[in-house]
Design a protein around this ligand. Structure first.
Ligand SMILES: Nc1ncnc2c1ncn2[C@@H]1O[C@H](COP(=O)(O)OP(=O)(O)OP(=O)(O)O)[C@@H](O)[C@H]1O
Ligand SMILES: [Mg+2]
Length: 216
């Protein structure tokens, strides 16, 4: 599903080697968690799988396609759901409109988009906030909206960078239940970066990164 070969990422003209010769295979429908200390390269790895950043060396293949050879904007829209460490909601759109965003550019009517977005908002138990702007929500609620937005396209690959970083344990469980439920429903591959071992151990496999390398 995802095949990474000899991946290296260097920042600051060589001063920071964020990832060093990483090889990694992630199976179709697998749930993998990534752990490691701050600065070890977790977000860098996720961003490159998500087509948000490009490697200096090495290749990433997702569903048989080399990311350096395809149009990343299409890949992000059609294949991926990305949950960021900070929710990244658009402040001047309502919650419902934020969730509808990834559906633009696909062939959906506006009522279909609204229905899909509403279903996801219901799944995160926030339907009453549909027409409110994000600033009226708590941090945990914003993160739940961000997750609804990441899932609205039924992505084949779900990437989440510390999706529960700012949440209490009850909300964290709800978010993880939702991510896993959606993953199973759509047979997606799920990759979650986390500091929380309780979250990490829910995965089929835990990958540990240290100083830009995978610990075996
Ligand atoms: N855009 C950038 N420019 C320069 N250096 C960067 C950039 N992004 C990350 N780095 C550096 O690359 C290394 C890996 O960073 P990364 O964000 O991947 O760590 P992380 O494991 O996600 O950490 P955290 O747990 O704190 O989120 C760090 O040394 C960081 O300072
Ligand atoms: Mg990070």
């Amino acid at each position: 599903m995802i095949t990474i070969k000899n991946l290296t990422k260097i920042y600051d003209k060589g001063r920071t080697v964020a990832l060093r010769n990483i090889d990694l295979d992630i199976e179709d429908t697998e749930f993998v968690s990534i752990m490691g200390t701050s600065g070890s390269g977790k977000s860098t790895l996720l961003n490159m799988i998500g087509g948000l950043d490009v490697p200096n060396e090495g290749t990433i293949e997702v569903m048989g396609e080399n990311l350096s050879k395809i149009k990343l904007s299409n890949y992000r829209r059609e294949t991926l759901g990305f949950v960021f460490q900070l929710h990244n909601l658009i402040p001047n759109l309502t919650c419902l409109e934020n969730i509808e965003l990834p559906l633009f550019g696909n062939s959906n009517s506006s009522s279909q988009m609204k229905d899909k977005a509403m279903n996801l908002l219901r799944a995160v138990d926030l339907d009453e906030f549909a027409n409110k702007h994000p600033k009226y929500l708590s941090g945990g609620e914003m993160q739940r909206v961000a997750i609804a937005r990441a899932l609205v396209n039924n992505p084949k690959v779900i990437l989440a960078d510390e999706p529960t970083g700012q949440l209490d344990s009850e909300n964290s469980e709800m978010i993880m239940d939702l991510l896993e439920e959606k993953q199973k429903e759509t047979n997606a591959t799920l990759i979650v970066v986390t500091h929380d071992f309780e979250i990490a151990k829910r995965a089929d496999k835990i990958i540990k990164i240290r100083d830009g390398q995978i610990e075996s």
